[in-house]
Every structure is written in structure tokens, then in C-alpha cells.
Design a protein around this ligand. Sequence first.
Ligand SMILES: [Zn+2]
Length: 77
Amino acid sequence: MTEQVHAKQMKPICRDCGAALTSDDIAIYRKLVFREAKEYLCMTCLADDLGVPRKRLEDIAAYYHRTGFCSLFVQYT
Ligand SMILES: [Zn+2]
């Protein structure tokens, strides 16, 4: 049973570097780039892409976690 579950679950990975993504990586990508995205970048690649320091994206994620304003950030893993 567990094997089937694993096969079905697509582990989200970064489109650029193939790193495993956290829920924050996905949330920040959806928030900043495209809400309906099916492929994502990790925060490092996204920061690169946007030309901003990675810390900036981490700050944004932390902000949304703190405020709870954005539904994309409700669950913390
Ligand atoms: Zn990446």
C-alpha cells in the first residue's frame, strides 16, 4: 500500500536545480510569480530569477506566516 502511495505522490522539485521544494518555496512562487503554477522554482533559483537576495524571499514568507494574511502560507512544514 505504501509503495502505491509513493508512486502516486509527485514530489515537487525545483524546475531549475531539481532541489526538493518546501511548502514555502511553492507558496512564495505562487504568490510572486503565478498563482496557478504547476512547476516551481526553489527560493534560491527564484531569487536569482528575480534578481533579489534569497533573504528577501525568506522575509516575505516569514511575514505571511506571521500575519496569516495569505491562505497560501497557512500550513507550516
Ligand atoms: Zn532551484
